[in-house]
Structure formats: structure tokens, C-alpha cells
Design a protein around this ligand. Sequence first.
Ligand SMILES: [Zn+2]
Length: 240
Amino acid sequence: MGLTTTRAVILHTYRYSETSKILRLMTYELGPCSALARGALRPKSRFGGLLEPFVEGQATLYTKRGRGLHTLSSFEPIGEYRQLGVSLDSFTIASVLCEMVMRLAPEHRDDDLYATLIDGLEGLHNSEGSDSNADLKYVWALVDTLGFRPELDECVVCGRSIGFEGARFDFSAGGLQCMDCAPHGPGMNSAEIRDLRALVGGGSVETHGGQQARWLADFIRYHLTEGANLKSLPFLRALG
Ligand SMILES: [Zn+2]
């Protein structure tokens, strides 16, 4: 058994016995892992009620070889993300980020993935749920880091360059179709096309509400989770 100290984000927790918790963590040094926090549910736990999703801390772990259950020795918070609970939209988007990392992160250290997750949680904390459409960019950033990015400049069928008018988002084909290739179904207006490109590129949006959250949720379900619904995806889909 070894001892490792690493930055770590709590992705998910569940109760284990009367007094303990098991944490799903994304750690900087070890990648994703699980850890037992003994006594975390006792009133006078040394963890002090800090072991909640979205919190980043300096975690010290007694580590086992392989991917077994580690044991948490200490956890000192670095950032405080629990204000996310104030805004349901921020909470929903943070839940999607954490669930995607939990389900899809490679089983090893991944600096880009860790940084993208922290960027998203910090961004959500700072925006305080003021514009859920704008906050979708943090999820698109994670989608991109996981190796998926929609094609938004050329038609996915015929390859024609697409400007700002006349397109349809075909999530299963992985991007935009021109109106010749997709004459049926609701098209996107120029503001929607511009905003989708902005969100995927990490920029700011000019419209609020609409279909952006639905397009993102459909893209994730089809490409990243192979049809399986993350628990948080229906809530993401309902935003906007
Ligand atoms: Zn086309």
C-alpha cells in the first residue's frame, strides 16, 4: 500500500455502512478512482462534511495496486463549488460534467481532462447560473477533450461549406447538414448556427433558451454514451 497526495475533484458519493462514504474521484495524479472515506458520516468526522460532489481538494490516499478501492486519509478543500446548488441550471450542468468524467475518463492520468473539468466547475461557480445557454460551453469543452467535436463548417453529407443560413443539426451524423441534403425537419436560423459554433469553440452566445441544450444532450447520448442515458442528461436536455 502506498501513500499519494493529489488534487482531486469529488464526482459522486454514496453511503457505505452507517458511518462511511465511498467517493468517486477524478484525481490529477491517478486519473479516476474510488476511495473509502471511513467515518465521513459521523457527526464529528475529521472530513467535516466537505465530501460532496463538485468540491476540489488536496486528497491524501492510501493507494492499492491496480484499480481497487483506495482509502482516503485526508481531504483539504482547494475551491468551494457548493454554491452551485443555488442555481438548478448550474447544478445540472456540473452534474453532467462529473457524470461524463465518471463514465468516460480513461483509466489513467489525463491533465487535459482534469483541467477541462476544473475550468467548467469554476466557470459555473462564477456565472452563478445567470445564463445556462452560455454555460453549455463547458460541456462542449469536455466533449471535445474526450475526443468528439461536431462538424459545423461543412455539410456532413456533401461537404459544401455552410455559412450562417440554412442548416440543420444532425446529431447522429455528427454535425450540420445543408438544406439540400436535409430539406425536411426544422432548420436552424443564423443566430442558432452562430451560437452553436461559439459554444463549441468556447465563445459567448447571443441568444438564450432555444434548442442548444437539446442538441448537446442528443450529441452526447448518441456519440459518447452509445445510446445509454446518463442520469443527468434528461435534465440537461430540458434546460433552455
Ligand atoms: Zn449538403
